[in-house]
Each structure stands twice: as structure tokens, then as C-alpha cells.
Design a protein around this ligand. Structure first.
Ligand SMILES: [Zn+2]
Ligand SMILES: [Zn+2]
Length: 89
């Protein structure tokens, strides 16, 4: 069966939320990690991507300044609607 793109953070395995610490943040290497994990990964204003080990400097405003991955939030909405239709949940 085909898997949907990851709707959970690959670090903490929690599912992404629109707001707060589970907001999906897009790193410049195009990997996505939740904001809470980015805060943990933030060391001396640098973040190493947990997926590809690329080193990124953190914007002055902090990890929340990385772009939010709206695609994931949209997919998550669609997936939960599908689950409701199938009566899975
Ligand atoms: Zn996470
Ligand atoms: Zn990466």
C-alpha cells in the first residue's frame, strides 16, 4: 500500500499541528521537522538537519522564523477527512 508523505515529525514521531511546538518547519535543505524539535536541535544558533546532517544557521528570530510547511498541514487535513470517510477513527 502506498504511504502518504510523512505527516509526523521524523524526530519525535508526533503528528504535526497548525500551531505551537508541533508546527512543521521547512529547513533550507527541504526536510521538515517540528518546531519543538528544532528548538532542541538549536545549538549556538545552528541546527543540524536530523535527516541529512546539513548545517543551517538559525534566523535571528529563532527556529520559528523558518517557513511553515503548509503542504503537510493540508495533507494532514485531507488524510484525516479520508479516515473519517472510511470510518477508521
Ligand atoms: Zn518533532
Ligand atoms: Zn535535511
Amino acid at each position: 500500500m502506498a504511504e502518504l508523505p510523512a505527516l509526523n515529525c521524523s524526530v519525535c514521531l508526533e503528528s504535526y499541528e497548525e500551531e505551537g511546538d508541533l508546527c512543521p518547519k521547512w529547513l533550507p535543505c527541504s526536510h521538515t521537522v517540528c518546531l519543538g524539535c528544532l528548538r532542541h536541535l538549536n545549538q549556538f544558533r545552528q541546527i543540524t538537519c536530523p535527516e541529512c546532517r546539513a548545517l543551517h544557521s538559525v534566523p535571528t528570530r529563532g527556529p520559528e522564523a523558518f517557513r511553515t510547511n503548509r503542504d503537510i498541514l493540508e495533507l494532514r487535513r485531507i488524510a484525516s477527512q479520508l479516515n473519517q470517510v472510511r470510518g477508521k477513527q
